[in-house]
Design a protein around this ligand. Sequence first.
Ligand code: ZN
Length: 382
Amino acid sequence: MRHSYRLILIALLAVPVVFPAELDRTGKLLEEISNAFGPSGYESDVRAIMRRELAPFTNSMETDGLGSLIAASKVDPSAPRIMMAAHMDELGMIVRYITAEGYIKFVTLGGWLDQGLINQRYWIKTRKGMVLGVTGLKTPHIMQGNERSQLKGRDEIFVDVGAKSKQDAEERLGIRPGDPIAPDSKLAVMNGGALYVGKAWDDRVGCAVMVEVMRKLKASPVAASVYAVATVQEEIGLRGAHTASYMVKPDIGISIESGVAADYPGIRQEESQGRLGGGPTLFLHDSSMIPTLSFRDFFIDTAKAVTIPLQFNVLSGYGEDGAEMQKSFSGIPAVNVTVPTRYLHNHNGIIARSDFDQTVDLIVAVIRKLDRPTIERLKRFD
Ligand SMILES: [Zn+2]
């Protein structure tokens, strides 16, 4: 089509469109960190982002033996140590073997739904670079009867990388057993800038909260040493938080996570509470931890004082890094504070920017009040 005709056609077809708001600095960080590749055990791309982002606000940067990044703003060695933890890993897979025809069979990392795995795009990180693949699904045109409504189990699913054979996948694409696989999903802004849809909010949203908390604390320092710990391998058993807690030896712990929003069809209040846009959500029970009640009350009082809405979540399942901090050494007070998220553990989760900002502000307000006498009071059992 000639250029002038194309312009006329575009003008005729033009309809009003609501363009998303431009991403600000924080929005761009959320975009970069959500898009980053980093299934459990393969967090190096996310670690590089966290290292870069936390460097200006910290005076100490180490990694532990598993790869968790321990960035700290340290003051006097006698000052109390406050540990924040957010995990860098996302759900993913590992190449199990390659079929003779060149299809990739895998083992999952983290709590996938079988129905979430299928008909999606993935990246495989190989020694020769990133390889795009899709989880193939038989076309409905050739299905019989109730086959159309049946779900495929994860062991039946494969990744199609467009290889001609096993040899082609290995030699041309560089794929080997053990290579990590992560979802392909790019951040998009919804609802005029209020909501962000993307992958890996669990727990990249917590990682970004830690960066913004450290930025605000740098502007007006506190009396405690504050540790921002970006942990590894949370989704496969809180492994990074375990070793990192023993490096930090915290006096008090704040896990920062993606929470479970319960404001969409098909989810019941008995399963989860809270909603997008309702503010940060404090966990009062999950399968890994119950928070120290005095610390819960401290969060409630602080939220009231700074007029930030606070939601609660009492879950039967779920696990989080707070559990490992709480159980480290002889035990410490710990809580899990979250940014409510819809559709966790899938390619497309949704968070509200207002919840993110309020979670940052609440944690900053809490840390500002955590001096030595307050922490000692929260640790005491009468
Ligand atoms: Zn998580």
